[in-house]
Design a protein. Structure first.
Length: 279
């Protein structure tokens, strides 16, 4: 069973003052998960339930010290269920049953040292196994085979690949890590270079926050220094792998798939519009 690292330690400063006490990963979106009507649930729960539906059962959440709210939400509370009406009680019971059928590990990122540092902290949890990384403030809506499953499929077909990334063509690459690619087949590329938020992007392909890694990534994470924003960037570790001649591949987002991102006010507005329309 492939382990999943879900990062939820970002400070969410672009969504202040809401995120002073409430993690951005707990921003509400619309969904019809586990029910036949629209409900409101935290984005992080949506990400977890998506992954659960794909038979992932082993999770490590990386959270900040101030994000106790997340752990509380993902802890079954039987007393809370007693006072709920039947419909909401059923919805919450289904969620709690999933949690009880999962293995959840919690790791604190005590200092906001970046995405790369958050992943590095999970080395003991991951061990020598292959694993997925999914940012907790992003979700992908897919009617067909979800990109997470496509990443695993390509990993099986390319056992020598040390990392497989998900990307899409983006008009405005501000805020993205950017890939330089060489096409192998219809939807499979070799990654030649990856640069975090470049001033002059060499391509239109931006990285999305869903990754497949072999445990070799931890060796590269230990070699990098703080980069953009004086943080340890996961993209810098991936570039280190490329420079060491390790195989890094990428697949692209399908045209009928939507990316839900709650990192900014503008992207959160779009996330609500898309999820309300598609729930």
């Amino acid at each position: 069973m492939t382990k999943v690292v879900i990062t939820a330690a970002g400070r969410g400063t672009r969504l202040l003052p809401f995120t002073k006490e409430m993690p951005k990963e707990m921003m509400p979106i619309f969904s019809n998960v586990s029910t036949n009507k629209k409900i409101v649930l935290p984005l992080l729960q949506y990400v977890y339930e998506q992954l659960y539906s794909m038979n992932f059962r082993d999770y490590c959440f990386v959270v900040g010290r101030e994000k106790r709210t997340i752990e509380d939400h993902f802890t079954p509370h039987e007393m809370y269920l007693r006072d709920l009406s039947r419909g909401y009680k059923n919805t919450m019971t289904k969620f709690y049953n999933k949690l009880e059928n999962s293995h959840l590990v919690w790791i604190n990122q005590n200092k906001p040292l970046g995405f790369g540092d958050a992943v590095r902290l999970t080395e003991k949890y991951v061990g020598k196994e292959d694993f997925m990384v999914h940012a907790g403030d992003v979700a992908i809506l897919s009617k067909n085979k979800h990109p997470a499953l496509r990443l695993l499929e390509n990993a099986k077909k390319n056992p020598d690949a040390k990392a497989i990334l998900l990307c899409k063509k983006v008009k405005d690459l501000k805020g993205y890590g950017v890939l330089t690619l060489s096409k192998l087949s219809d939807n499979l590329f070799t990654v030649k270079e990856v640069v975090e938020k470049p001033d002059r992007p060499k391509s239109k392909f931006g990285i999305l926050a869903l990754y497949y890694f072999k445990s070799d990534i931890f060796s590269s994470l230990k070699k990098i220094k703080p980069g953009k924003g004086k943080e340890f960037q996961l993209t810098d570790a991936i570039q280190n792998m490329i420079q060491e001649k390790q195989k890094v591949l990428a697949i692209t987002l399908n045209k009928n798939e939507d990316v839900i991102d709650v990192g900014t006010v503008e992207s959160y507005k779009t996330a609500q519009e898309i999820t309300f329309r598609k729930a």
